[in-house]
Write a protein that binds this ligand. Structure first.
Ligand SMILES: NC(=O)c1ccc[n+]([C@@H]2O[C@H](COP(=O)([O-])OP(=O)(O)OC[C@H]3O[C@@H](n4cnc5c(N)ncnc54)[C@H](OP(=O)(O)O)[C@@H]3O)[C@@H](O)[C@H]2O)c1
Length: 260
């Protein structure tokens, strides 16, 4: 029940039709007995700074959850960043402290890895191709390395972003091989789509499914639609598929813990 004491957690996205986090987050708050509620707000990129400043001034805002396309810009608006957010320069959750300052975190990657483990697919030791170098992909890359992936190739449309991310992570995980490369998926045990491709009708596939090794795991961050064209093609190819919804299902508890 929403009351005058309920703390508000807006989810900032643009567009916001695709988001699936609010019902899961609100159910997790109810399960934990935490009096917070999430509602999606459709915020254009040119209005982000102004919106965040206004929300910062609202007393009962606990923080914000951030998704496409705002994760990088939001990191620049935080007073401080913690954990993976500091390293990858992107955040998907912001806590408003008692003095109004904003602390940014990045829990996408932890959620992704927890989702893999929950489905019995520990990523440790898997030769991995990650397509994407945006907010979600950066968090996923960091968490995969932390979880024991020792060989990670990052491919992105804007190759300079993949190169920058690979350099940052290689410095932080010196024992792993982290490189920017092409999106050819042959020879990998784990192939992750960390881009937004698959959300919209007519999107190109992030990798050529005919190049996927049979028996490899093909994982999505995109959760709407539930079965993306990549997952459909990968299943037909004989791969094990891992849906984007697993990432948010495992992440909601982390988000509530960060904000409560
Ligand atoms: N399952 C979950 O829990 C969860 C959590 C967070 C996010 N997500 C999903 O993850 C996706 C990405 O979100 P984000 O926050 O990371 O967004 P973002 O920071 O804007 O990054 C978007 C990424 O997609 C790539 N991309 C976009 N359009 C492309 C195109 N036409 N061709 C090739 N690459 C393209 C971008 O490449 P460039 O760098 O070249 O632009 C970039 O790597 C969204 O679908 C979001 O809903 C899911």
């Amino acid at each position: 029940m929403i009351s005058g004491k309920t703390r508000f957690v807006p989810l900032l996205a643009h567009p916001c039709r695709h988001v699936r986090t609010p019902p899961l987050f609100n159910a997790e708050c109810e399960r934990q007995g935490v009096d917070m509620v999430m509602v999606p707000l459709d915020v254009r990129p040119d209005m982000l700074e102004q919106t965040v400043a206004s929300l910062q001034a609202v007393e009962n805002v606990a923080g914000m959850v951030i998704t496409i396309p705002h994760k990088g810009s939001m990191a620049a608006l935080c007073d401080r960043k913690v954990g993976a957010a500091e390293l990858v320069g992107a955040c998907n959750v912001v806590r408003k402290e008692a003095d109004g300052r904003l602390t940014g975190g990045m829990l996408d990657g932890e959620g992704f890895v927890a989702g893999l483990r929950h489905e019995g697919r520990d990523p440790a030791g898997r030769r991995t191709l990650l397509v994407g170098a945006g907010g979600a992909a950066s968090g996923v890359a960091h968490a995969l390395l932390q979880a024991g992936v020792a060989d990670l190739t990052i491919a992105n449309r804007s190759s300079e972003k993949a190169e920058y991310l690979a350099r940052q992570l290689a410095g932080f995980f010196p024992h792993a091989r982290v490189v920017a490369g092409s999106a050819h998926p042959g020879g990998y045990d784990l192939v992750v789509n960390g881009t937004a491709l698959g959300m919209h009708d007519g999107d190109p596939l992030p990798v050529n499914p005919l190049e996927l090794d049979e028996g490899s795991v093909v994982a999505e961050v995109v959760m709407q639609p539930d079965m993306t064209p990549l997952l459909i093609a990968a299943e037909a190819r004989g791969c094990h598929i891992h849906k984007g919804i697993h990432m948010i299902e495992q992440q909601v508890q982390l988000l509530v813990d960060f904000l409560k």
